[in-house]
Ligand binder design. Structure first.
Ligand code: DX5
Ligand code: ZN
Length: 224
């Protein structure tokens, strides 16, 4: 089963609650929540108070993507404000195992992410310890960027590695995913697709999500 994770970053914050409810009603099981600190990435997004507020109106899986330096400092806060899963950047962590351990202590799912320029092999030692690997298909930091085609090869190589090891770790792909490429992204081996602009911008959220759901159904059929 493929999962759509709408990225909050592209939402209209003046009507955030309504937009989140629409994504949930349309079948998006995850909500992708990008936290940026202005240090690990150039931009600053939002933090705990926003997550705490929206937790009250959504039953979706809160997929928190931490683009912050030294993420271990904030695992407890994000767990307490309502995260279900926390993904951190391998490049930002001094001791990745300690971060994974801290996420687990709070009973949450652990994810690890790498920037487009980090060799894929860097995540291999952690594949049996995390629930999810997040492959960035843009340089982290901003929504609305163009998908980097080099990501396809990384997704399929990771898929092969996970399958060869008999593991069940999920592959999430983030950045520049939309109508044009979602089929290729899942065909390459992704389980979870993050989409910001393609869900919240242009047409209506409902129409946009329907398109993803259709693409996922077609993908299931092709897989059988
Ligand atoms: C980028 C973020 C993404 C971003 C995706 O740093 O991690 O989650 O919001 O947005 P789109 O789908 O617009 O590329
Ligand atoms: Zn993200």
């Amino acid at each position: 089963m493929y999962i759509l994770a709408p990225s909050l970053l592209a939402a209209d914050f003046a009507v955030l609650g309504q937009q989140i409810e629409e994504t949930e009603r349309m079948g998006a099981k995850y909500l992708h929540i990008d936290v940026m600190d202005g240090v690990f990435v150039p931009s600053i997004s939002f933090g705990m108070p926003v997550i705490q507020s929206i937790r009250k109106i959504s039953r979706q899986f809160f997929d928190v993507h931490l683009m912050i330096t030294d993420p271990i400092r904030y695992i407890r806060e994000f767990a307490e404000c309502g995260a279900d899963g926390i993904t951190f950047h391998l490049e930002a962590a001094e001791d990745p195992d300690a971060v994974i351990g801290r996420i687990r202590e709070h009973g949450l799912k652990a994810g690890m992410s790498i920037r487009p320029g980090t060799p894929l092999e860097a995540v291999y030692p952690y594949l049996d310890r995390v629930e999810m690997i997040l492959i960035m298909s843009v340089e982290p930091g901003f929504g609305g960027q163009t998908f980097m085609p080099e990501a396809y090869e990384r997704i399929s190589r990771l898929r092969k590695k996970i399958d060869a090891c008999g593991l069940s770790v999920k592959i999430e792909v983030d950045g520049g995913i939309g109508k044009k490429n979602v089929q290729e992204v899942i065909a390459a081996g992704a389980d979870i697709c993050v989409a910001g602009s393609a869900v919240f911008k242009k047409r209506s959220i409902s129409e946009n999500i329907s398109y993803f759901m259709e693409a996922f159904e077609n993908g299931e059929i092709r897989k059988e």
